[in-house]
Design a protein around this ligand. Structure first.
Ligand code: CNA
Length: 242
């Protein structure tokens, strides 16, 4: 059913075992564009759609174009971003013992930087990078500041971000922990995600309770199955917890 900010705040206040499932829409209020909103990456001019560029085969066959897009459109906005009200409120709810885990599709590290501890990053993180040949690790700053078209390691191997590219499988351990948290929680909050990227979106099917909340700017598939639906910005709800 459609719910107000007050309704959602009440459900959260009356829950003691919450899990949060989020996506790119959680970080748009930190000025990192998402993939599908009007001003998101899908509506900007580029030679290929983002899911083509950020795919395993594209990275292997066209690393120069991969790096051009990835550095300009993903890394640079992330490097300058700060946690917003939603990241901060989730960290506070965890400290209060109410929030048990964050399951995120984001790769921007903002939940960590807001102080959250139990975070399952389904798609990895841009803040870890490694050489595909020798495994040497590189920071996000080293990747952004690298002047070459393709970042290579001193051993000659190509450096890649520790993110799950399209066509690549999710990490089994992260998936198992996410499923356990979702299946055991009392309240599941889904926010800032179009719920169209699988297998990540399929994990919400493991929720078994009756306090399923959606906070999203636009509609998502199967919304009529969700107990509380609020169409608006995540920050409008979570700023109430700061
Ligand atoms: P998406 O498909 O771009 O959808 C984002 C959703 O969030 C849309 O439905 C928007 O309507 C909604 N939205 C935008 N702003 C807000 C807001 N302030 N409050 C509430 N809702 C909002 O993103 P998904 O995460 O569903 O797609 C999964 C991809 C996108 C994952 O693989 C991510 O790694 C990838 N991605 C991540 C980032 C990041 O790490 N910040 C940025 C861009 C893309």
């Amino acid at each position: 059913m459609l719910a107000s900010v007050d309704d959602i705040v009440n459900v959260i206040n009356n829950s003691s075992n919450i899990v949060f499932f989020g996506g790119a829409g959680i970080s748009t209020e930190s000025n990192i564009p998402d993939f599908r909103s009007t001003d998101g990456l899908y509506n900007m001019e580029y030679d290929y759609p983002p899911e083509t560029i950020i795919s395993h085969s594209f990275f292997i066959n066209n690393p120069k174009e991969f790096y051009r897009f990835y550095k300009n459109k993903c890394l640079k906005p992330m490097l300058n971003a700060e946690p917003n009200a939603t990241h901060k409120a989730l960290s506070k709810l965890e400290k209060e013992g109410k929030l048990k885990a964050i399951v995120t599709q984001n790769i921007d590290d903002l939940h960590h930087r807001a102080g959250s501890k139990t975070i399952y990053e389904l798609h990895g993180t841009s803040f870890r990078n490694y050489c595909t040949k020798c495994g040497k690790e590189y920071s996000i700053e080293e990747v952004v500041n690298d002047k070459n078209d393709i970042m290579t390691c001193e051993c000659g191997g190509i450096v890649r971000p520790d993110i799950v590219l399209y066509e690549e499988p999710l990490d089994d351990n992260v998936v198992s922990k996410s499923i356990k948290a979702i299946s055991e929680c009392e309240t599941l909050i889904i926010a800032g995600t179009s719920l169209v990227v699988y297998p990540a979106a399929g994990l919400i099917r493991y929720y078994r309770g009756h306090k399923l909340i959606l906070i999203n700017l636009s509609k998502v598939p199967n919304e009529d199955e969700i107990d509380y639906v609020y169409h608006g910005k995540a920050g409008e709800v979570f700023s109430r917890f700061l």
